[in-house]
Design a protein around this ligand. Structure first.
Ligand code: HEM
Length: 482
């Protein structure tokens, strides 16, 4: 539509004062599916009102890349909502903080802490393999019985992050682990808590879920504070081993009046570590579960049919390690399997001043919902987008992982691209490779396959499912002879 002053605005869904488009919206479908359906009616990029908040949906990769990459800095802010303020102590940390020096500094500190894991021969890999080993032992303990792998996978994923942040890990029955599980499941649904609280007016519409979220965040913060106090006591500036150490060192350095840095307080430190847990556990553990679910539906996909097949059957504790040429094929196949289900995420950039997408005006403060699911299932870019086809991520020789087209960026793009991509990819591949090497995965005796419908969340949740694992022949024999 042509506005006054010659500005052009996007087609907008119908809307009412205060309630905006909410009365016209369907909350039965997951948001990303619903927004994808709406493109038939309103086009790839369209507007709607989330209560009193003008918002835009982007369903196509070219507009998404314009927002995230080409004009990434102009759209680099992220929404401040009641819920994100609760999570981030009013915009501290990384994921919910405004684009600026503070965000940049904490992001850099996290990035440089990853290099602590590069020490010697692939320390990160060893750390992940250690957790994969515990995971496989736990799955093996219930061998032949029906089990839901969710808690074991969540524990393994949490412990990779725990090691990165504090150089320690949890057991399944630790109280702290339970607090983190409860926290994550709540945080994952928080955008929909927000929607039900009618945009930014939860004070007018008191909401029990919001109180629950506050309680859960308080417990998480107490847990992190406890970790921080322990780390402070152990802290030695000459031996920086994990993210908390690196943040404490930066805090000491910032006390130097000659160094002009943004503020580093205990609360900033806690929120940064909280972000790494929030962004790094539910994401990876959910994708591992999606992979398993897809593999139960497509048992023929499991292991690569390549020259080093023997590797995948040998009972060697670290066989899928990277770096060796002869495991290239295994690595490519495993990574291709993981690439398929990493597809959903709503990224929500915000321009701090008025901007444009193509010829359209985007007023300052507009929430832009970049619909990665729609972009990753666009029938104009993907052949049979709904099908689980890991081979689409392999080159012609099937031994190199490729990005098949421009409509694929599961970790985002531009200045706020995921900081944990390398860790996530290593973890997904190694967890899955360990599981597939050791076990045949089977559906329970009643033949019930996992549902692939999914549930709305920040991460597209998989509905809990059950499976049976059976130790593969080579591993059973190795266990008997051990
Ligand atoms: C940001 C996806 C794992 C830490 C993001 C973004 C995406 C994403 C799409 C961009 C959001 C935006 O532009 O606002 C994923 C997926 C993962 C994963 C699909 C796993 C399968 C991880 C892990 C970590 C992590 C393991 C930490 C170790 C972060 C952080 C941000 C982020 C801190 C915020 C970056 C910023 O605002 O500057 N992630 N992520 N993620 N991710 Fe990940």
């Amino acid at each position: 539509k042509q506005g006054s002053m010659g500005k052009k605005y996007l087609i907008c869904m119908p809307h009412l004062p205060i309630l905006g488009s909410l009365p016209y919206m369907n909350f039965h479908d997951p948001a990303h599916v619903y927004f994808t359906k709406l493109k038939e009616k309103y086009g790839n990029t369209f507007a709607f009102w989330m209560g009193p908040q003008y918002s835009v949906v982007v369903n196509h990769f070219s507009a998404a890349k314009e927002v995230l990459l080409k004009k990434g800095k102009d759209f680099a802010s992220r929404p401040r909502m009641v819920t994100t303020d609760i999570l981030s102590g009013s915009g501290k940390g990384i994921a919910f903080s405004e684009y600026g020096p503070q965000w940049r500094m904490y992001r850099k500190l996290v990035q440089s802490s990853f290099s602590l894991l590069k020490d010697g021969s692939q320390k990160l890999e060893k750390l992940i393999c250690q957790e994969a080993n515990t995971l496989c032992k736990s799955l093996a303990a219930a061998q032949g019985k029906i089990q839901d792998p969710a808690t074991d996978i969540f524990l393994a994923s949490s412990n990779v992050i725990c090691q990165f942040c504090f150089s320690s890990s949890w057991n399944k029955d630790d109280e702290d682990f339970e607090i983190m599980m409860d926290y994550n499941s709540l945080v994952d649904i928080f955008p929909w808590i927000q929607a039900r609280a009618i945009g930014p007016c939860p004070a007018l519409f008191p909401n029990k879920d919001l109180a629950l979220l506050k309680d859960s965040v308080t417990l998480r913060n107490e847990l992190l504070k406890k970790k921080l106090e322990i780390q402070k006591e152990k802290f030695n500036i000459d031996s920086v081993n994990n993210l908390l150490d690196a943040l404490l060192k930066a805090k000491l350095d910032s006390d130097n009046p000659l160094v002009q840095e943004p503020e580093i307080t205990d609360e900033h430190i806690l929120m940064t570590v909280g972000d790494i847990f929030g962004a790094g556990v539910e994401t990876t553990s959910t994708v591992v579960r999606w992979c398993i679910a897809f593999l139960l539906h497509h048992p023929q996909v499991g292991l690569p049919n390549c020259s080093n097949m023997h590797l995948s059957l040998s009972p060697n504790p670290y066989p899928p390690n990277t770096g060796e040429d002869n495991s290239k094929c295994l690595k490519a196949h495993g990574s291709a399997v993981c690439s398929s289900p990493i597809s959903t995420y709503l990224i929500v950039p915000i321009p701090p001043i008025s901007q444009g997408i193509g010829e359209y005006t985007i007023p300052k403060g507009t929430r832009i919902y970049i619909n990665l699911w729609s972009i990753h299932h666009d029938p104009t870019q993907w052949n049979e987008p709904e099908r689980f086809m890991p081979e689409r991520f392999l080159d012609k020789n099937k031994d190199q992982l490729i990005i098949p087209n421009a409509s694929y960026f599961p970790f985002g793009s531009g200045p706020r691209v995921c900081v944990g991509e390398f860790l996530a990819r290593s973890e997904l591949f190694l967890f899955l490779a360990w599981i597939l090497q050791r076990f045949d995965l089977e559906v329970p005796d009643d033949g019930e396959l996992p549902s692939l419908d999914g549930l709305s969340g920040v991460v597209f949740q998989i509905i809990p499912f059950k499976l049976k694992v059976k130790l593969r022949k080579g591993w059973r024999e190795a266990e008997l002879s051990a």
